[in-house]
Design a protein around this ligand. Structure first.
Ligand code: FA5
Ligand code: MG
Length: 397
């Protein structure tokens, strides 16, 4: 698994850790199935998720995710020639230490729960963000870097959320000479450069699109922000960022520095740039989708080949203490795969006498590629109902 610095022998002639680049896990490629679905009691990874691993959409020059990655590389290269070192093949299985502890995620933070994160075993996860590589890359001595990779989350299901997506992490470290020259405080310099860099990126990718900054919270940055873009009538969150928590720099780089960091959602940016209406399309093998894009071409706009009809199925049940919406989504996804477009709670009420709560969920089924038959959908929905009752221990109404 990812690096385990605690197990390194502590020899008496060891020099100060600040001067030593810690070993970085250089394992790459598609994980083997038994590395992912391990049989550990903490393992909560389905075959559906395993099948998505190793696709490396971000490393395909003519896939929209690869095209957007390259466009961001080009932008940063033009802004700061030669500055950013790039990584895009870091292994997606990381320690909880790298994914959470090293970026100061508190022990009781919700993102650690198996309801939100895919656990390989108790101390190993599928990275839920590329921030999992911040500390190790700083320890390797890099002061400016971009790390791109596939990330995994148990999450809701709709047109802009998918359990596997791609992020690009950016980090830039400043030293005293930088803030002195700028006549700013270290934090001011980091915040100004961060916002200028990301506003410039938005302009480079989209021209004059409507953007806004939102104050945010991340355990690893302070202050923290999110950038939203107005897309298809709604504000769409495309990235999180901020001034890196000082402890991360002090522990993994060198004291006396300041840094910014960001994490971009590549699908979200590609949806805006190429006008892609549904995040599932990025996983399509259909030439009618793939052939619309070419390496280096930022002008392509997705032309729907046809919008196939949606089929709506409602399901009401009395919830149990075990019930969670992410568990429901995970189960529906593992049965319906990419035919599931959206899962939404459309009604909820609590019976005053019994105190029991009933939820009604609507599942929208639609294929991006063809018309579905009633028989097919009914069969899927029957399996969903059966497994929801059995696995989630809810009482169907
Ligand atoms: C993070 O993941 C932070 N690690 C980002 C960060 C890095 C902040 C460095 C500060 C410093 P967040 O959970 O908001 O933050 O996700 C970042 C982006 O990933 C979102 O803005 C969105 O664009 C994208 N994203 C999040 N969840 C999904 C999903 N289920 N499907 C597709 N894209 C998603
Ligand atoms: Mg967010």
């Amino acid at each position: 698994m990812a690096f385990k610095s605690a197990s390194r022998p502590n020899r008496s002639h060891a020099i100060s850790p600040a001067c030593v680049a810690a070993p970085v896990e250089l394992k790459t490629g598609k994980p083997r199935r038994e590395e992912v679905i391990t049989g550990s009691p903490d393992n909560n990874i389905t075959d559906y998720i395993y099948e998505k691993m190793g696709a490396d959409l971000h490393r395909q020059a003519d896939h929209p995710i690869g095209i957007i990655k390259q466009a961001i590389y080009d932008y940063f290269e033009a802004r700061n020639p030669g500055l950013f070192v790039k990584f895009d093949d870091r292994f997606p299985i990381v320690s909880t230490r790298a994914n959470f502890d090293e970026v100061l995620v508190p022990a009781d933070h919700i993102s650690r729960s198996p309801n939100d994160t895919y656990y390989v075993d108790a101390s190993t996860v599928l990275r839920c963000h590329t921030s999992a590589h911040q500390a190790e890359t700083l320890r390797a001595g890099h002061a400016a870097f971009l790390v791109t990779g596939d990330v995994y989350r148990r999450d809701s299901i709709d047109a802009t959320h998918y359990p596997v997506f791609h992020q690009m992490e950016g980090v830039r470290v400043f030293s005293e000479a930088d803030w002195t020259a700028a006549g700013l405080s270290p934090t001011q310099l980091a915040e100004q450069d961060l916002k200028a860099a990301l506003e410039g990126l938005a302009k480079h990718l989209f021209g004059d699109v409507e953007c806004r900054w939102i104050d945010a919270y991340f355990p690893f940055t302070d202050p923290s922000f999110e950038l939203e873009i107005f897309f298809k009538g709604k504000w769409l969150e495309v990235l999180g960022c901020g001034v890196m928590e000082q402890r991360i720099l002090d522990d993994n780089y060198k004291p006396g520095h300041k840094a910014w960091a960001f994490g971009l959602g590549l699908e979200r940016l590609a949806m805006v740039l190429f006008d892609v209406p549904d995040i599932r399309l990025f996983w399509s093998n259909d030439d009618r989708f793939l052939k619309q894009f070419g390496a280096g071409d930022l002008t392509a706009r997705f032309k729907p080949y046809s919008k196939f009809p949606a089929c709506y199925k409602d399901m009401a049940f009395w919830v149990s203490p075990e019930f969670s919406e992410n568990n429901l989504c995970e189960l529906v996804r593992s049965i319906g795969g990419d035919l599931v477009e959206e899962v939404t709670c459309i009604d909820t009420f609590t019976n005053k006498k019994t105190g029991r709560t009933s939820n009604c969920y609507r599942i929208v089924y639609r294929s991006m590629e063809r018309s579905l038959t009633d028989e097919e959908i009914n069969a899927l929905q029957e399996r969903v109902r059966k497994e929801v009752a059995e696995v989630l221990k809810v009482e169907l109404r």
